[in-house]
Design a protein around this ligand. Structure first.
Ligand code: NCD
Length: 309
């Protein structure tokens, strides 16, 4: 990998992606030990700089850093000098002055982590920027699916449903799954589809029922009320009836079809309770695997490159 992980593009294609997924497998084994900790990043300091709310991503990175024996610092915008008007540049320079090795950035503006990477000598990891990318989510999704259908995902059919236009998860997932040979179909209201599909290796439809017939994996996205703003579909009830994975629809899936969601879920809107809690659902496993995948990313960026012990 390059010095930073800002986009799935930094993983250097199929081979680079597979290398991190293999490394994640070694770290999953570490997380399952009685003492789930290795000294790999002792004396390294990792800061999380989160300008947007997050539960799982922040906890996941912090847990990953601690299991690698790194020191961690958390910067929460709500209790920082950002409230006093400090700029992103001044904040980054202040953090940098403490002597740090990596910054994990989440920001509402697309491109903010790229900007931080230009200002900082530390490695920068994008933990979600605006509507742009969320590369570690894509890695943990690929890792999770590979554990069920891998090692090769070539020729698998995946349907991604929902607010594709506003979703950084969709953008990163499309890149990673396309690189791994998955056939992708995007489904949702036309108003929540990307304006152009040029260069995207996907097909698109608004008819969920026909898309579900042959699918091996249904990947549901959260209806992001905070990004959608004006109503782009008639009502949440109508959304659920046309694009929600209801219990009825789930019953018509292939018997071994799997269901994924990055969280946080809007239960009863894009996914029914029964489906979220059914054996098809990989949702909690995605969260658990997130720690191992982030350990692999941190180790790859900051470690000495030796074997995992
Ligand atoms: C996603 C995010 O914040 O981009 N959640 C996550 O990281 N697990 C998806 C979302 O907010 O819908």
């Amino acid at each position: 990998m390059t010095k930073h992980l800002l986009s799935v593009d930094d993983l250097a294609g199929r081979d680079g992606i597979q290398r991190i997924l293999d490394l994640s497998g070694s770290f999953l084994e570490v997380t399952q030990r009685d003492m789930p900790k290795v000294p790999a990043l002792r004396a390294k300091t990792i800061v999380s700089l989160f300008y947007e709310d997050s539960t799982r991503t922040r906890l996941s990175f912090e847990t990953a850093a601690k299991r690698l024996s790194a020191d961690t610092m958390t910067f929460s915008v709500g209790t920082s000098s950002v409230k006093k008007g400090e700029s992103l540049l001044d904040t980054v320079q202040t953090i940098e002055a403490m002597g740090i090795d990596a910054i994990v950035v989440r920001h509402g503006a697309s491109g903010a982590p790229h900007q931080v990477a230009q200002w900082s000598n530390a490695s920068v990891i994008n933990a979600g920027d605006g509507r742009h990318e969320h590369p570690t989510q894509a890695l943990l999704d690929a890792f999770t699916l590979r554990r069920h259908r891998g090692p090769s995902l070539d020729g698998l059919n995946m349907v991604i449903v929902g607010d594709i236009r506003n979703s950084r998860v969709a953008r990163s997932d499309i890149k990673i799954f396309a690189a791994l040979g998955v056939n992708l179909t995007l489904v949702g209201p036309p108003t929540l589809m990307p304006s152009s599909l040029e260069g995207w290796p996907v097909t698109m439809t608004s008819d969920l029922d026909s898309a579900l017939n042959e699918t091996d994996v249904v990947y549901l996205l959260r209806i992001q009320q905070e990004r959608i703003g004006d109503a782009l579909f008639p009502s949440l009830r109508e959304y659920t009836s046309r694009w929600g994975l209801t219990a009825d629809r789930a019953n018509r899936l292939k018997p071994d079809a799997l269901v994924m969601h990055p969280g946080p879920m809007n239960r009863g809107i894009e996914i029914a309770d029964e489906v979220a809690d059914s054996p098809r659902s990989l949702v909690t496993e995605q969260v658990a695997n997130g720690v191992a995948v982030r350990m692999a990313v941190l180790y790859d960026l900051l470690g000495t490159g030796g074997p995992v012990v």
